[in-house]
Design a binder for this molecule. Structure first.
Ligand code: FES
Length: 191
């Protein structure tokens, strides 16, 4: 191969490389669209069977998912916690369509501490600055603060659905886990 042929090969190789780089965004656009569609479904996390929730009593459940720690991506890590509240009159015999389960974020919308169930299970209270919420997540008045709740909004309700497993017939609770910014009187996704 003489010098001229060598230069031709090099310039062809460079042209092919540039073409591939230019084409990549287009390819990833189509691939990205597909991945997004499938991940929209996978955003739902299956948590517990409905029958394992005691009607009327909130139950805290960890949410597992992928977690990025520095450079390491790990599966099945605890990424958050939710309070599941099954309606007191939800009967197991009526099927998923008639049962109601609500999912509330355990993150206090004031400054992000974890709200706890008060003894007796009648409402939630935040251990940091004592904001309290009903089991439906609504802010409760604070008599020590002129009836003003220090939290700027109700507990954040998360998208929740009940799904029947075809093989076992069990009804499962699935939620779409999200975090919202604290300190605001309205919901904004993010931390
Ligand atoms: S962080 Fe919950 S009341 Fe302040």
């Amino acid at each position: 191969m003489n010098r001229r042929e060598l230069l031709e090969w090099v310039s062809r190789g460079l042209a092919a490389g540039v073409a591939a780089l230019v084409g990549l965004p287009g390819i990833s656009f189509f691939l990205g669209g597909t991945q997004q569609q499938s991940s929209a479904e996978s955003q739902f996390s299956r948590l517990v069977k409905v029958k394992d929730l005691i009607p009327g009593r909130p139950t805290m459940v960890p949410v597992m998912g992928q977690k990025l720690d520095a450079w390491i991506l790990s599966d099945r890590q605890a990424i958050g916690r939710v309070w599941l509240v099954r309606e007191a009159d939800g009967s197991l015999e009526t099927g998923p369509a008639k049962q109601t389960v609500r999912a509330l974020s355990s993150i206090c919308p004031h400054m992000g501490c974890q709200v706890q169930l008060q003894s007796g299970g009648k409402n939630f209270v935040c251990p940091c600055h004592r904001a309290s919420f009903g089991v439906g997540g609504q802010q409760l008045p604070d008599p020590k603060n002129g009836d003003r709740n220090i939290a700027p909004r109700d507990l954040d309700e998360l998208e929740c659905r009940l799904v029947c497993d075809d093989e076992t017939g069990d009804n499962w609770v699935e939620i779409k886990y999200e975090k919202f910014r604290t300190g605001l009187d309205h919901r904004v996704a993010g931390v």
